[in-house]
Design a protein around this ligand. Structure first.
Ligand code: GLC
Length: 544
């Protein structure tokens, strides 16, 4: 492939590219390593993603977010980047990336790529140079090197802890320590250093020039550290993440970085966007990342973390809509990603978990704003809880923090009766796919109108076609406790209703109109609809 492929018109140039496409986009997260393998090595890759673009187009999403595919020693599966401007051979080549972006555009799909600015890999040329250089050198000044405390500086410079467990500092042979808020192989950059800013502007331009439609910004609440790197004063800082202000996360100066990036994005045509992966203690502080001169969206982890409980879910929805509206940003909704237990399992697993996940899909896709779909949730994949010990590889677990994230990263089952289910041509996959997934393959679900895949396709089609869904507002309806019921009014008249029964018994919800879609067997009559437990309904309300 040559650069010429970029001449394929991107959807952003088309008639329906209504500026602000991102306000109600459904964005599908491709965890590249586990999506589709083109060369039989058991690891997904960019040509694999490219070969499955027709599947994604048929699913009906608007954009893809590709997790990191850059040159990396894979200590954190690509979130440790050694060269931000090239593709790791495991995933393909730069030409594969160009071809993928061009083909995606040809399918009407936008492409968002991950950028990892808080830290590099320890194999990045800058970090190698820093290790080879003296304390106090310009090479070390790109990272956070400090002398230790205590006699001989043998204690870390402060009490900060790695998100993956253990101290956030590692000592180098000359006695200095460097900061790594994640694995030791992920040294934090020093964003006080102008060279770091210039380097990342160059990286963003590189990918924008290649044609990407935006960025997912990894650890967007990182980068800026409190002056003087003060102690937290508490152990178990992992438990404080996202709930308390820490001197290394969500520090106000980080917003200056995002403002600079927004200015850069705005110099490009076609509404190129950025979404923040930010863990902030409150919805207000999260919304600050999406002020008009900052990023376009931020992941809504408060929604992802909400339990299956109508009152709590409604509170999170209200709070999310309120705080997003206060800064003029769209709310976003996400149920799963490559860092958390899959929601079928989080919601209880088995039949119950699946029923709730089906209902949650209708809830999520009916809420105002933009939604993220993590690969495999459209198949109803559960977390794999019994991966054999020898396969577990996540650095989070290896450093002692939690059970690890391998179980949500198992490769997708595409077709056939036994592993690797069409994931690739090789017999083995980097994480084994459970044989029981034979009933969950894409091919199996395509043949079944009641499958999760059919539900997602239908919901995405209705969402696309119906003017009431997507961006806008919602109106709550009164209904029994343990239910959520709301209406989305279309700007030109007409409306769509959505109701979810989050209880364990059948409840009547105030749904009056024509059923559009249901996640289970629903009876709708003049008096409303009887929703079985853990079931959601969309109905159409005609214009009067
Ligand atoms: C983000 C990524 C996660 C990664 C971490 C460090 O949270 O989603 O997978 O381990 O950043 O880069």
């Amino acid at each position: 492939m040559t650069h010429d492929t970029l001449a394929v018109p991107a959807p952003r140039d088309g008639a329906e590219s209504s500026a602000r496409w991102w306000r109600d986009a459904v964005i599908y997260q491709v965890y590249v390593r586990s999506f589709a393998d083109s060369d039989g090595d058991g690891v997904g890759d960019l040509p694999g993603v490219r070969s499955r673009l027709p599947y994604l187009a048929a699913l009906g999403v608007d954009a893809l977010w590709l997790t990191p595919f850059y040159v990396s020693p894979m200590a954190d599966f690509g979130y440790d980047v050694a060269d931000y401007r090239d593709v790791d051979p495991l995933f393909g080549t730069l030409d594969d990336a160009r071809a993928l972006v061009a083909d995606a555009h040809g399918h009407g799909l936008r492409v968002i790529v991950d950028v990892v600015p808080n830290h590099t890999s320890d194999r990045h040329a800058w970090f190698r140079a820093a290790l080879a250089a003296e304390p106090g050198s310009p090479e070390r000044a790109r990272y956070v090197f400090r002398d230790g405390r205590g006699p001989d500086g043998a204690e870390p410079p402060n009490d900060w802890e790695s998100v993956f467990g253990g101290p956030a500092w590692t000592r180098v042979p000359d006695g200095q320590w460097y900061l790594h808020l994640f694995a030791a192989e992920q040294p934090d950059l020093d964003w006080e250093n102008p060279e770091v800013h210039a380097e990342f502007e160059g990286i963003l331009k590189f990918w924008l020039d290649l044609g990407v439609d935006g960025f997912r910004i990894d650890v967007a609440h990182g980068m800026a550290k409190a002056p003087g790197l003060p102690d937290v004063g508490h152990p178990n800082q992992v438990e404080m993440l996202g709930t308390a202000v820490l001197p290394y996360f969500d520090q106000d100066p980080v917003h200056d970085i995002h403002r600079a990036w927004r200015r850069l994005l705005d110099t490009y045509d076609g509404e190129r966007v950025a979404v923040a992966e930010a863990w902030a203690p409150t919805p207000e502080r999260l919304a600050a990342y999406t002020r008009p001169d900052e990023l376009h969206q931020a992941f809504n982890f408060h929604y992802l973390s909400a339990p299956w409980d109508a009152a709590e879910m409604r509170a999170v929805v209200d709070e999310s809509l309120r705080t997003a509206a206060a800064v003029g940003a769209p709310a976003t909704w996400v149920l799963s990603n490559h860092d958390v237990k899959r929601h079928v399992t989080r919601y209880g697993g088995g039949e119950t978990g699946l029923a709730r996940a089906r209902a949650a899909a209708l809830l999520t896709l009916a809420l105002p704003g933009s939604a993220y779909v993590y690969q495999g949730e459209e198949l109803g994949l559960p977390e794999v809880l019994d991966l054999p010990e020898e396969f577990l590889q996540d650095p989070q677990r290896l450093r002692g923090e939690g059970q690890g994230r391998d179980g949500c990263r198992v490769p997708l089952p595409w077709a056939g009766d036994e592993p690797p289910f069409g994931f690739g041509t090789g017999a083995a996959t980097w994480l084994p796919i459970p044989p029981a997934w034979r009933s969950l393959t894409v091919a199996a679900q395509e043949a079944d109108p009641d499958s999760m895949l059919a539900l997602y396709r239908d919901a995405l089609r209705v969402r696309r076609e119906h003017p009431a869904l997507g961006d806008g507002r919602l109106r709550w309806l009164d209904g029994p406790d343990d239910t959520l019921a709301f209406v989305r009014d279309a700007p030109g008249g007409g409306a769509v209703g959505c109701a979810v029964n989050m209880s364990g018994r059948t409840l009547r919800v105030p749904a009056r109109g024509t059923p559009l879609l249901a996640s289970g067997p629903v009876q709708i009559g003049d008096e409303g609809a009887d929703l079985p437990p853990n079931t959601a309904l969309w109905w159409e309300i005609e214009e009067r």
